[in-house]
Design a protein around this ligand. Structure first.
Ligand code: NAD
Ligand code: UFG
Length: 338
């Protein structure tokens, strides 16, 4: 299959592109490197022993996009590109709306232009907001609490309208829970800019000595040990869900939203314990106040993913910690060194 991957050099995109190349698909990556590094692209090539095509461009640039689509004529699109920081989205909401929503409109236009009718989109569990019940199933009401989450909600609606407006269009909206971990080679991984906002990269940077101490945001939630509970998903499992979604999209029309998680919640203290076991390092932490916007518990119902895609997660929390640690140990400064 010919697949155009927006944001294919980023954290989730790079792991997915590697699996797509290994499965013999033809790939064009479209990325502006705003949150990724050419070094990641070099490593994808090294690991896959293939030369995917790459265009450096912005999804808001309709001319660059349209040229890329006319040149490559993809059978399907995987759309990762966009801004993803919950906190930043409250400070610069218009940037988030323009890039995430406006950028997606441009992608759908460019698809129409070359009669490309299949898309897999990176949505997020954040669309659900505060749980009315758990696990979150795909029918749970959506009530996102940040501008970032609302861009995901609106893009879901916009893609759904696009599928309704034309015959034989297919869209899979993958609602990721908490992606963590790295490729087994320890050559690809997560490389956040500046101090990480997310738990796993913070833990690995404490373990490697780049940061002094983890702050745990609250220990008085209604969970087993009082710390926040999340459904962490290994990035290799998440990548394989995209391959399953592409296959599904090849023989279905319409729009499906599908959760991608393990179905199990892990608390912050449980994560630290698992990480210490996987790495042999002690993680220094202190308890601080709750972080604005955090919910107590979030985990997925994963039945639909299995029923529709035949996909389920293979890796548990130990493998997630182990791969994240191996990546950090081998690349203490991420892609900024070799
Ligand atoms: P990432 O920032 O590592 O990757 C995004 C990639 O898109 C980067 O390579 C970046 O350079 C590129 N990009 C950004 N804006 C662009 C633009 N305007 N034009 C072209 N390229 C652009 O993020 P990620 O963690 O790999 O996430 C991928 C997608 O998954 C995002 O849409 C994100 O919102 C979604 N998601 C991520 C998480 C998570 O925790 N990582 C959870 C749920 C959903
Ligand atoms: N946490 C800490 N200390 C930290 C970082 C996080 O205690 O330094 C805690 C949080 O309070 C939360 C848990 O660890 O209880 C997980 O936090 P993350 O920031 O790693 O993940 P979130 O669940 O807050 O959000 C992530 C992504 C969102 C995405 C959401 C659902 O950042 O973009 O998962 O997929 F929308």
């Amino acid at each position: 299959m010919r697949i155009l991957v927006t944001g294919g050099v980023g954290y989730i995109g790079s792991h997915t592109v590697l699996q797509l190349l290994r499965a013999d698909h033809e790939i064009l990556v479209f990325d502006n490197y705003s949150n990724s590094s050419p070094e990641a692209m070099r490593r994808i090539k090294h690991l896959s022993q293939r030369e995917p095509e790459m265009i450096i461009g912005d999804i808001q640039d309709s001319v660059a996009l349209s040229n890329a689509f006319r040149y490559f004529r993809p059978d399907a699109v995987i759309h990762f590109a966009g801004l993803k920081s919950v906190g930043e989205s409250s400070i610069v909401p218009l940037r988030y709306y323009a890039e995430n929503i406006g950028g997606t409109v441009e992608i759908l236009r460019a698809m129409d232009d070359v009669q490309c009718r299949r898309i897999v989109f990176s949505s997020s569990a954040t669309v659900y907001g505060v749980a009315r019940y758990l696990p979150f199933d795909e029918g749970h009401p959506r009530n996102p609490e940040s501008p970032y989450g609302r861009t995901k909600y609106f893009v879901e609606e916009l893609i759904k309208d696009w599928t309704v407006a034309g015959l034989d269009r297919s869209a899979v909206l993958l609602r990721y829970f908490n992606p963590v971990g790295a490729d087994a080679s320890a050559i690809l991984g997560e490389d956040p800019n500046g101090p990480p906002n997310n738990l796993m990269p913070y833990i690995t940077q404490v373990a490697v000595g780049r940061l002094a101490c983890l702050s745990i945001f609250g220990d008085n939630y209604e969970t087993r040990d009082g710390t926040g509970e999340r459904d962490y998903i290994h990035v290799e499992d998440l990548a394989s869900a995209h391959l399953a979604a592409l296959e599904f999209g090849a023989c279905h029309v319409g729009c499906e939203a599908i959760n991608i998680g393990t179905g199990h919640g892990v608390t912050v203290l449980e994560m630290i314990e698992a990480f210490e076991a996987a790495s042999g390092r002690k993680i220094r932490f202190k308890i601080v106040g709750r972080r604005d916007g955090d919910v107590a518990r979030s985990f997925a119902s994963v039945e639909k993913a299995y029923k529709k895609l035949g996909w389920k997660a293979r890796y548990g929390i130990y493998e997630m910690c182990r791969s994240a640690w191996n990546w950090q140990l081998r690349n203490p400064d991420g892609y900024r060194q070799l």
